[in-house]
Design a protein around this ligand. Structure first.
Ligand SMILES: [Zn+2]
Length: 212
């Protein structure tokens, strides 16, 4: 006699995450499950993205391949509800960095990513909205660095710090979604100590904002 269940057997533990990029003509919408962005320098070689081993040790650097930073968050895509890795460029990461700055975490961030030009490699714009984690049962995030190493078939070093180094792009100011006033924001520990935001990170007029 068959055994009936409400769902299929659990998948074996492993790496079943897909890497998803912003499509050319549609929106990608999702809810972030990771606490922060994890990224690294990469090359595009042999028709795929591969990690850079570091300027002094990397064969692809020696061969003249240009380096590009790519960032990743794990997220539940909507409406399919697939848990995936979302890949984005340094430029698009500005929005996520400001979101993290405002909310202290990336987890539960709802976002949609799209290319206004509707071209394959057109600039990506990301719109965010804070999600209420208490009303969602989000899955635990994967170890993104370990997952990427598996996908790229390179050794994972658990000692390696996974905090991203800030890519070489200036901040685009506070209030990324235009709804939060800077004074409503909880100061970071460094700012609490100093009293004010550091003068090296001036606020910019709204006209220069990425999301304006
Ligand atoms: Zn390299």
């Amino acid at each position: 006699m068959p055994t009936f269940t409400s769902e299929p057997p659990r998948l074996p533990d492993g790496y079943v995450f897909r890497v998803v990029r912003t499509p050319a003509t549609a929106c990608f919408t999702a809810v972030v499950t990771s606490l922060e962005v994890v990224g690294t320098q990469t090359h595009f070689a042999n028709n795929r993205t591969t990690p850079c081993d570091g300027i002094d040790q990397c064969a692809l650097c020696t061969d003249g391949f240009s380096r590009r930073w790519h960032g990743y968050v794990s997220c539940v895509a909507t409406p399919t509800l697939e848990h995936v890795l979302f890949e984005f460029t340094a430029h698009a990461s500005d929005t996520f960095r400001n979101y993290h700055d405002l909310h202290g975490t990336m987890r539960a961030c709802q976002f949609r990513a799209f290319r206004p030009s509707k071209r394959n490699n057109g600039r990506v714009v990301i719109h965010t909205a804070p999600g209420d984690e208490s009303r969602m049962r989000l899955p635990e995030p994967p170890n993104i660095a370990k997952l990427l190493c598996h996908l790229w078939n390179v050794q994972y070093n658990p000692e390696q710090p996974t905090r991203m180094n800030r890519p070489p792009f200036k901040t685009v100011g506070l209030g990324g979604n235009g709804q939060t006033k800077p004074q409503d924001r909880t100061p970071t520990p460094a700012e609490s100590t100093n009293g004010l935001r550091t003068p090296t990170q001036p606020l910019q007029p709204p006209g220069l904002r990425h999301l304006g």
